[in-house]
Each structure stands twice: as structure tokens, then as C-alpha cells.
Design a protein around this ligand. Sequence first.
Ligand code: ADE
Length: 239
Amino acid sequence: MVAFHILTLFPEMVMQGLSASILGRAAKSGCISIETVNIRDYTLDKHGKVDDYTYGGGAGMLMQAQPVYDAYQSVAGRIGQERAHRVVYLTPQGKTFCQEMAQEMAQESDLIFLCGHYEGIDERVLEEIVTDEVSIGDYVLTGGELPAMVMIDAIARLVPGVLHNGESAQTESFGDGLLEYPQYSRPEVWHEKRVPEILLSGDHAKVDAWRLEQSLQRTKERRPDLYAKYQEAHAVEKK
Ligand code: ADE
């Protein structure tokens, strides 16, 4: 069970995105829980403002420390001191998200995601509360909500009970450091293309060998970086 807590100015966007399909089912069954906290609810400004100009000048507004800190405190208070929690701030300046990070975070009991907007968040509150700065890739989005949703999806599907039979998290791209092999379903011939003969043979050992070969070939062609890592790991194993 992992509890996801998302600090955001757009709670509806996050809840809508995460309540459909597999994650919605997982939340209903209690394998995960998802809550959003609206940072705006914690501002002390009487007009509901959460942003202001940056010291030193420059374009754009910055989210202020106070509402972010108080929103965080409300969640941390509910989690309680006996349960450790990581606070992930979504930013293009963070460490790039990957499957290994997803696996590591799927072991936690509570994860707090902090979604920024405008030009970012006052550095002082980040220094006080954030444990992990994470980017989902080298491009700039308008806010941290989509990156948080991407991370939550990737983490949640690794939590026991979230995927059912046939939705296995094991035999897939990155599971063993390789890309996945091509797959086929009925009919046997479609647009004059035949399903590879070996898959119809019923010989499981041969099918497995073919799939591994396809995975290796694909990874070598499409992701030489992953292929090199795989070779290195397997060379070490053989020694
Ligand atoms: N916020 C804006 N762009 C982002 C990115 N690429 N990753 C994480 N957070 C972001």
C-alpha cells in the first residue's frame, strides 16, 4: 500500500487523471490511496493569492513559501512522525525519472508530490521540505501536475495488487533492462502479414528463445545505451 499525497493548485486535474482505469480500480480496492491538497486553501492572503513577483526582477511570478509550507505541514501532520515520507518536487532541474526510481519509490508508505506553477517556487521552502527533485525529461511543461501523474502511474503499477493477472509488471520493457519483443494477436494473417511461424509452434522453449533474441535486437537498434548496460551486467554475471 502506497499513499500518494499531491500538493497542487489544480486538484481536479490530478484527480481526474488518476481516478480512471487501473489506478481508479486500485484506489477503490485499497492497494493505493490518492489525495490532493489545494495549496490555495492555505494562503493567508485575503484575496487567495499564492504568487508574487521575484526579487531581483525578471518576467513571471513565483509561488510563495507560506502557502506551500502550510499545505505541506497539514499533510505531514496527518501522516504522523512515526511514518517516514519523501517529498518529491517536480522540476526540469531534477534527476531524470526512470524505472529504477519507480521501483524504489513503490517501497515507500507515503509519497508527497509538490507541483509548481508559474516560474517556480520560492527556494527557501524547497530547502526546508523537499527530499527529491525529479524531472520527467528534458522539456519544459507548464506545471508539475502532469509529471506527478506520470510518476504516480509508473510507481503505482509496481505496488502489489494494483495489476491483475495478465497485466504483469514483470515481462515488459525495462523489467530486465531490455525493450519488449513484438507481440501478435488474432487473426493469423492481417493485411497479408503473417504472425511469425514460431509463435504458432507451441514450443515454449523456442518461443522464449525467439522473444529474447527479438528483445536483444530491438534494444541494440533502438536503445544502444540500454544495450551496452545490459551487456555489461551480463558480462559481470558470467564471470
Ligand atoms: N515541470 C515543468 N517541466 C517539468 C519536467 N520536464 N519534469 C518535471 N517537472 C516539470
